[in-house]
Design a protein around this ligand. Structure first.
Ligand SMILES: Cc1ncc(COP(=O)(O)O)c(C=O)c1O
Length: 458
């Protein structure tokens, strides 16, 4: 029997990958030259080592990013559906944010003092996401770390609960796996001295019985969850799961932190707004200030009171929460401009329409070619899953991620001016993405499948 990967013969994938690598090589001489220079001074030849994870023969060097387009240093242009892995969900350099940064840039970057923009941005956050109190951080990882500390401090409980194969950024406590019912450190994690299983419980997404059993101990300070798992392929909540999560956390006096860093793709108020989730904490980063480094977390009036009370009663000394540059004047200016002028209901209308258009195109391809694949979507964010039916847990989803096939598809598309995310195959639609680019992407997927069919015959 032929060795097949998600319905495609492995030999066809290997053949097409070799062709595409050669094609990429020929089109990127300047990237190759720059990669040779950077290899001498940067780990993996890049300023942040994940930038080397694209699976291209050499690192692709960016010349410029604008709207929903990228240009590389060799003069190739691309329709960008990766959008900085969500940081540029609202397009690269959105004009109002660029203008706000330019103006604030001449009035001081950071002074450890709030500006007038903070008054406006606070009001905008509260009105949009329905929580009255807010704090800023520089990254979503930082925001999540702060939320965990506040939650532990005010509940007096030590444990965190997360879902198997979640990702919430570089948050040590969340780097766990579920192994035979035990929570253990995640394989692959480096430099971690602590046994994270001591204070973190890990259960499967959509497993209410396990969730209830973990919360019943009343040791869990906080559940940190994405409303849709977007970092393990894509796993949607089953009907009633998020409502039950809210009810159980309330019943057991555990705080619920909803991390909307990726699911902000759902609508102007995030998934929380659409599904009326009522979290205790709400976290968003990456795109919340148009891609300028910035994250926010919001919380209820009740939590604000508990936090203030706890801070007043604690011994003097550093709380361990906050960083020097968080809430700097540039970030607040960018945040205000993004909330006020970029993340508008109109922008979302376009993003969602484009996402539906792409979803239709991909579903048509899957049906016409009888591929054992499916499409998952959360608002303007979608992925192809390489199984006939969608997964219901993180473990199922990660277990079904095939080797080779996503790499072939990604490089094939890249070679045709279409960029999708290097992590699984996430595709994101921005307010700047034109319908023509969406149609080109759907055609790109079809051509890739057609060329794989040809490669399978030769
Ligand atoms: C859901 C979620 N939360 C938080 C983060 C962390 O974001 P950052 O790397 O910007 O800190 C990520 C990153 O992918 C994420 O997917």
């Amino acid at each position: 029997m032929t060795d097949r990967i998600a319905g495609i013969p492995r030999t066809a994938l290997e053949r097409l990958l070799a062709d595409e690598r050669a094609r990429f090589d020929a089109a990127h001489p300047r990237s190759r030259a720059l990669a040779a220079r950077t290899a001498a001074h940067w780990l993996h030849g890049v300023p942040m080592h994940w930038m080397g994870d694209w699976g291209t023969p050499v690192t692709l060097f960016l010349q410029a990013a604008r709207g929903a387009e990228l240009a590389d240093v060799d003069g190739n242009t691309y329709a960008d559906f990766c959008l900085g892995d969500t940081g540029a969900m609202f397009g690269h350099s959105p004009e109002p944010v660029a203008r706000a940064l330019e103006a604030q840039g001449r009035r001081g970057f950071t002074a450890m003092l709030p500006t007038e923009d903070a008054a406006v941005a606070g009001e905008l956050l509260a009105a949009r996401f329905g929580l009255p109190f807010w704090q800023m951080a520089q990254t979503a990882s930082d925001a999540n770390r702060a939320v965990l500390r506040w939650a532990r401090a005010i509940t007096g409980r030590k444990s965190l609960l997360v879902f198997e194969h979640c990702y919430h950024g570089a948050v040590d406590d969340a780097f766990v796996r579920l192994e035979e019912g035990r929570t253990v450190n995640r394989p692959g994690l480096v430099g971690q001295a602590a046994d994270l299983g001591l204070h973190t419980r890990c259960v499967e997404f959509n497993d209410l019985a396990a969730l209830e059993a973990a919360l019943r101990t009343r040791e869990v300070a906080c559940v940190l969850a994405e409303p849709v798992m977007t970092n393990a392929g894509m796993v949607l909540p089953e009907p009633g799961f998020l409502e039950a999560l809210r009810e159980l956390t309330r019943r057991h006096r555990t705080l619920l932190a909803i991390d909307e860093t990726h699911t902000l793709s759902t609508g102007p108020g995030g998934y929380t707004g659409v599904a009326r989730l009522e979290p205790d904490f709400f976290v968003a980063g990456k795109a919340i200030a148009g891609g300028f480094p910035c994250a926010v977390y919001g919380f209820t009036a009740e939590l604000e009171e508990r936090i203030r009370g706890m801070l007043a009663a604690k011994p003097a000394g550093h709380s361990g929460i906050g960083t020097t540059l968080a809430g700097n004047a540039l970030a607040v200016a960018a945040l205000r401009a993004c909330l006020e002028q970029v993340m508008t209901p109109r922008a979302y209308e376009h993003m969602l329409a484009m996402a539906e258009r792409l979803e239709d195109g991909l579903e048509r391809l899957i049906e016409q070619e009888s591929l054992p694949w499916h499409v998952q979507r959360v608002g303007a964010r979608l992925e192809v899953g390489f199984t006939r039916t969608p997964p219901r847990t993180g473990r199922q989803s990660v277990g079904a991620l095939p080797p080779l096939l996503p790499d072939v598809i990604r490089l094939y598309l890249l070679n045709r001016g279409l960029v999708i995310t290097p992590f699984h195959n996430m595709m994101l639609l921005s307010p700047a993405t034109p319908a023509a680019a969406v149609d080109r992407l759907a055609v790109g997927w079809s051509q890739c499948v057609a060329d794989l069919t040809i490669a399978a015959r030769s």
